[in-house]
Ligand binder design. Structure first.
Ligand SMILES: NC(=O)C1=CN([C@@H]2O[C@H](COP(=O)(O)OP(=O)(O)OC[C@H]3O[C@@H](n4cnc5c(N)ncnc54)[C@H](OP(=O)(O)O)[C@@H]3O)[C@@H](O)[C@H]2O)C=CC1
Ligand SMILES: C[C@H]1O[C@H](OP(=O)(O)OP(=O)(O)OC[C@H]2O[C@@H](n3cnc4c(=O)[nH]c(N)nc43)[C@H](O)[C@@H]2O)[C@@H](O)[C@@H](O)C1=O
Length: 318
């Protein structure tokens, strides 16, 4: 299905890693009417401000990539904002989109919505079948309520509101802050700085045995644009590569790409999180979308970006 290139598309969170990648993907395809606001210009936690923005701008399509986002330690340390701010942001966006008759709304969730010990790979139907992973249950609960809000709107009003569940993402404009980031950017920065420091030892968190699946953000953006252009018959679709690695394997790959030759130390006082969360990506594949960027290529490209933006990676994003 094609979407008119003049449709007004609002990307919530257009300055973030995912939002910026979606903007690049839309621009590549020739979309001409893309809008966005920074959190300073429009605080999405403020319902009155969000309603006023929608009344003025009247977007045709809303892509929701705005959220409070962080790695395992940030999620575990700040449960209240990860629950409350995410619910506020998404509730305001979803409700304003319904009331202003937006044609299409895409909500981005996360693979952590699925139960901690669900069978692998994770099928969409496993949602709400057992308990969540404790390190990120607050964030996961917010995301689950977003999925359900979109599903409720679809069920009650027949509107095209859908949810995409990305696996762990990485790429340009990631958060490289060592306390709040996800594992892949943290490892890249740690190995890089240790190499510059005479190949000093690198300390990583947990046991190294958990498994994670990593998707390049440009693939995620392509999947979002694909979903925007299609009319799906269901509410919830996983987005991933369908393959995963252990955290130790990831460390060795990044170490080799960065060229660090020192020792690895595993800090067992830090949490492992969920043992595995591999996505079953067959539902989206059946619609005709699959990831293109393999992990090694994606990490090499991201490291090139990191080297070219060495002034930026020390910014704290949370
Ligand atoms: N990164 C990952 O590994 C994964 C991410 N996701 C999901 O993808 C989406 C995007 O994540 P990602 O790009 O990584 O995150 P980033 O932190 O890079 O970007 C988040 C964006 O949200 C905006 N934002 C946050 N709070 C507010 C607020 N109160 N008002 C307005 N805007 C706000 C920020 O705006 P500003 O820059 O202007 O402050 C920023 O642009 C999220 O829904 C996340 O849950 C899902 C799975 C994995
Ligand atoms: C996308 C997803 O991201 C979060 O879940 P997570 O996958 O557990 O998060 P993570 O990327 O931070 O860690 C992955 C694994 O890696 C290990 N690990 C080793 N060394 C470092 C390290 O240096 N930093 C970090 N962050 N982790 C490290 C770490 O101990 C863990 O075993 C959710 O909270 C939630 O936000 C969500 O949905």
């Amino acid at each position: 299905m094609s979407v008119h290139l003049e449709k007004k598309i609002y990307i919530a969170g257009h300055r973030g890693m995912v939002g910026a990648a979606i903007k690049r993907a839309l621009e590549r395809k020739g979309y001409q009417n893309i809008i966005g606001k920074s959190s300073q210009e429009l605080d999405l936690r403020n319902q009155a401000a969000v309603n006023a923005f929608f009344a003025t701008e009247k977007p045709d399509i809303v892509l929701d990539a705005a959220a409070r986002v962080g790695g395992i330690l940030a999620n575990n340390s700040y449960p209240y904002p990860f629950l409350m701010e995410n619910m506020q942001i998404q509730n305001n966006l979803i409700d304003a989109s319904l009331k202003s008759d937006v044609e299409k709304f895409i909500f981005l969730g996360s693979s952590c919505i699925y139960p901690k010990l669900a069978p692998q790979p994770l099928k969409e139907e496993y949602l709400l079948t057992s308990s969540l992973e404790p390190t990120n249950e607050w964030y996961a609960l917010a995301k689950i309520s977003g999925v359900k809000a979109c599903e409720a709107i679809r069920k009650q009003y027949g509107k095209d509101f859908i949810s995409l569940m990305p696996t762990n993402l990485y790429g340009p404009f990631d958060n490289f802050d060592l306390e709040t980031s996800h594992v892949l950017p943290a490892m890249m920065r740690k190995f890089h700085e240790a190499k510059e420091n005479g190949h000093a030892p690198v300390t990583l968190w947990g046991s190294g045995t958990p498994m994670r699946e990593f998707l390049h953000v440009d693939d995620m953006a392509e999947a979002t644009v694909f979903a925007m252009e299609e009319r799906f018959d269901d509410n919830l679709y996983n987005v991933g590569t369908g393959t995963d690695v252990t955290i130790k394997e990831l460390a060795l790959l990044i170490q080799q790409i960065v060229g660090h030759e020192g020792r690895l130390v595993w800090d067992a006082s830090k949490p492992d999180g969920t043992p595995r969360k591999l996505m079953d990506v067959s539902k989206l594949a059946a619609r005709g979308w699959k990831a293109k960027i393999d992990l090694e290529t994606g990490i090499r490209e991201t490291y090139d970006w990191f080297l070219a933006h060495s002034d930026r990676y020390k910014e704290v994003k949370i």
